[in-house]
Write a protein that binds this ligand. Structure first.
Ligand code: FHN
Length: 429
C-alpha cells in the first residue's frame, strides 16, 4: 500500500477555485515526435534506438512557430489555461535546460520554445501549465521498462551503471528550472506512474523511482499555489491523490469519487486519438463529439483539457484549427453554461446533459426530434414537440415555465442548449 504523504503537500480546495471556474484548457503535445508525424510514442512503438532517433533532433527547426498565434487561437476557442509538454517521454526538452544537451536550443531551430510559449499565452491572459514526463527514454540513468525502446534487448546489460537516484535528482533539477525560470506557473502535469505493471521481468515504475514525495515537496516550495495532477503515485492519509484526478481519454459515467469525496477532476482528450501530430490519423472527432465531451465533463463537475498536436514546423494543422473554431463558436453562445458552472442536482432528460450556474439551468440536447423535455422538479413538461431537426421552434408548455427562458441557438455543432432559471441553485460546482 502506498505510504501516505502529509496533507500539507496537497492544495487546499480554495486554491483550486480558478481551475473549477475556468473549466476548459488546451493541452499541447509537441516534440521531436512531431517530425516523425506518426504519434508521440513512435520511439517506443517502433523500438527506435537513440542513435536512429537522432535524425529528428538534427532536423528539428520549427521555423513557422509563432506562440502568439497559438495563444490567440486558444483564447478564441474559449480555453482559459494551457499545458505544454516541456518534456515528453522521448526526453527532449523544449526549454534551454542547463542539465542536458538534449534540448531545443541545441537543434537547428536554436530557440527556447518554452520561453516564447509562456510569454505569448500569459499575454493573452491564459493560466500557464507545464507537462513534465517522469519517463525518459533518452536519459542514461532511466532503466529499461515495459515501454522502453530497448525493452526487448538484454535489460540487465542495458541497466548496468544506470542510477535511479541520479535520475530522480535530474528530474528535480529540471522541475526547478521550469518552476523558477518562467514566473508564476499555475499547473504542473506529471506523466505517468505504473508501479503495478511488471512485465517480462521488467518492473513498473512509481513513487520510489521518481522519489515522488521529494519532487512534490520541491514543487510546493517553488510554486505554493500550483495545481499538481495525480500521476506521481502518491496518496494522503485518506487516499486522496494530489490536487486533480485525471482520467485518461475517457468520459466518466458519474462524478469520480475518491474515498467518499467527489474528486476535483479533469478529463484529457485529443482531437484525433493521437496526442502528438499524426499526419495520416483519420479518426478526428465530429463537432458534436467535441461539444459533448466538454459538456459531459462540466455536467459531472469536471474540467476538460483538450489537446492540439502542432506540426514540427510549429503550426496547428487545418483539422485542429477547424476543431478549435467549433469550440470558439459554441462557447461564444454558451460559455455561461460552462465557465463558473458545474453539475446540477436536477435530473437530466434522456439524451440530454445539465449544467448549472447558480439559478440558471442549461439543458444540452444531443438528440432530437422527440416529444418533450421533462425535468423532474421543474413542474410539468418544460418544452415540447417542436424540437425538430432544425430546432426551429421550442415552445414552453409549462404554465409555470419562466417567461424569460432563452431558447438555445443551434450552430454547426448540431447541438442545442436551452437555458432557464430555476429555484434551486446548484450546491456543488
Ligand atoms: O503516454 C502518455 C501519452 O503520450 C500522453 O502524454 C497522455 C496524456 O494524458 N499521457 C500518457 C498516457 O496516459
Amino acid at each position: 500500500m502506498n505510504a501516505p504523504v502529509p496533507d500539507s503537500l496537497f492544495l487546499p480546495p480554495e486554491k483550486k477555485a480558478w481551475f473549477l471556474h475556468d473549466r476548459f484548457g488546451m493541452f499541447i503535445h509537441w516534440g521531436l515526435y512531431s517530425l516523425a508525424a506518426r504519434h508521440e510514442w513512435v520511439k517506443s512503438r517502433e523500438e527506435i534506438s537513440n542513435v536512429d532517433y537522432q535524425k529528428y533532433f538534427d532536423h528539428f527547426d520549427p521555423d513557422l512557430y509563432d506562440a502568439r498565434e497559438w495563444a490567440r487561437r486558444a483564447k478564441a476557442a474559449g480555453m482559459k489555461y494551457v499545458v505544454l509538454t516541456a518534456k515528453h517521454h522521448e526526453g527532449f526538452c523544449l526549454w534551454d535546460s542547463k542539465v542536458t544537451d538534449y534540448k531545443a536550443t541545441n537543434t537547428p531551430g536554436g530557440r527556447d520554445l518554452v520561453a516564447e510559449y509562456v510569454a505569448a499565452f500569459r499575454a493573452e491572459g491564459l493560466k500557464i501549465g507545464f507537462y513534465y514526463s517522469l519517463i525518459d527514454w533518452h536519459h542514461p540513468d532511466f532503466k529499461a521498462d515495459i515501454f522502453h525502446p530497448e525493452r526487448n534487448r538484454d535489460p540487465d546489460a542495458f541497466n548496468k551503471g544506470r542510477d535511479v537516484t541520479r535520475y530522480a535528482a535530474y528530474m528535480r533539477d529540471q522541475v526547478r528550472e521550469l518552476l523558477t525560470g518562467y514566473g508564476k506557473i499555475d499547473v504542473i502535469w506529471f506523466d505517468f506512474s505504473y508501479p503495478d505493471r511488471p512485465y517480462n521481468g521488467l518492473a513498473g515504475k512509481g513513487r520510489e523511482d521518481w522519489q515522488s514525495e521529494e519532487l512534490l515537496r520541491l514543487v510546493r516550495e517553488l510554486q505554493p499555489d500550483i495545481i499538481v495532477n495525480n500521476r506521481l503515485d502518491l496518496i494522503n492519509a485518506t487516499g486522496e491523490l494530489p490536487d486533480v484526478t485525471t482520467p485518461e481519454q475517457y468520459v466518466p459515467q458519474s462524478w469520480p469519487v475518491i474515498h467518499g469525496e467527489k474528486a476535483t477532476w479533469e478529463g484529457c482528450h485529443t482531437f484525433s486519438g493521437s496526442w502528438g501530430y499524426y499526419r495520416d490519423e483519420e479518426s478526428w472527432k465530429s463537432p458534436e463529439q467535441l461539444v459533448q465531451i466538454l459538456v459531459d465533463a462540466v455536467a459531472l463537475g469536471g474540467n476538460l483539457l483538450m489537446n492540439v498536436g502542432p506540426t514540427a514546423r510549429g503550426t496547428f494543422d487545418h483539422r485542429a484549427i477547424a476543431a478549435l473554431d467549433v469550440y470558439g463558436e459554441w462557447l461564444r453562445l454558451h460559455g455561461r453554461a460552462i465557465y463558473g458552472a458545474g453539475a446540477s442536482d436536477y435530473v437530466a432528460p434522456k439524451d440530454c446533459r445539465l449544467t448549472q450556474r447558480g439559478n440558471r439551468l442549461y439543458v444540452h440536447v444531443f438528440n432530437w426530434p422527440f416529444a418533450h423535455l421533462h425535468i423532474p422538479g421543474l413542474g410539468g413538461k418544460v418544452a415540447y414537440a417542436q424540437l425538430l431537426h432544425d430546432a426551429s421552434e421550442v415552445r414552453w408548455i409549462d404554465p409555470h415555465a419562466p417567461v424569460d427562458s432563452n431558447v438555445g441557438v443551434r450552430i454547426a455543432a448540431d447541438t442545442l442548449t436551452l437555458e432557464l432559471p430555476v429555484k434551486k441553485p446548484n450546491v456543488t460546482v
